[in-house]
Design a protein around this ligand. Sequence first.
Ligand code: ATR
Length: 277
Amino acid sequence: MTLNKIPLAGVVGSPVAHSRSPQLHGHWLHRYGLKGFYIPLDVAPDDLEMVLRTLPKAGFVGVNITVPHKEQALKIADEQTDRSIAIGAANTLLFREDGSILADNTDGFGFIHNLRQGAPDWQPAAGPAAVLGAGGAARAIIHALLDAGVSELRLSNRTRDRADALRAEFGSRLSVVDWADAGDMLAGAATVVNTTSLGMLGKPELTVPLGALDATAVVTDIVYAPLQTQLLQTAGRMGCTTVDGLGMLLHQAVPGFESWFGKRPTVDEELRKAVLA
Ligand code: ATR
């Protein structure tokens, strides 16, 4: 970054008005007394490449990428981290001084760090993981769980083909369970993750039977509106340790903030409150 220039960053998506990232990064900039701005950028898919090539010329040091641009941004970038390639999508871009674009994906990082912060005793090798859903979020979470050392991962999705495709890609530690039998795969699972949109405000509830949940399981949800989904409420009543989904959003932002603004930020209760406000 050239001296005296104020670093700019933002989140590129469409729509993007609902994104909590501006509050999140804005809170950190303020807390650490750093110069910089972080803004939402609503960009149409056809304009994505032109915008990404132009932003560095206007003082941007990087951006987050959200729906629907995550796959396209990965392709546009000049270089990709291994984890972004494995996940098949980018959520964080770094604009280098030579004008080149490095793509990263920190969603799996955010997922694992949230899990470790919310359930400090969580052990990846404690037993099988059960993952509900096989969409974009599931890809990052599966990659992160396998990378953390989970040795058996059971996967179930309403559209079975998508789960089978992930098994073909991520390998034999995965097994696929029919959606109708998803409740059965919770038996003996040490880690249970909902990666579907079910349970989110305005969406249907997750109706997978939870009776087989083990009280020693750590149960987490990527849905954070509401914070306490029915899955987490039920699991909590059954004695499970539960971790809500807000922390994944907060933790995924850490590597981007550090590379753009030069300070590794902390995820704590004050940040949660600022983002929920
Ligand atoms: P994301 O990138 O957020 O994961 P996505 O790729 O659209 O979004 O995936 C959404 C996930 O929620 C998928 O696993 C989807 O199941 P399908 O692959 O069968 O579509 C799941 N999902 C959404 N609505 C659902 C519903 N009513 N019942 C079951 N699963 C649902």
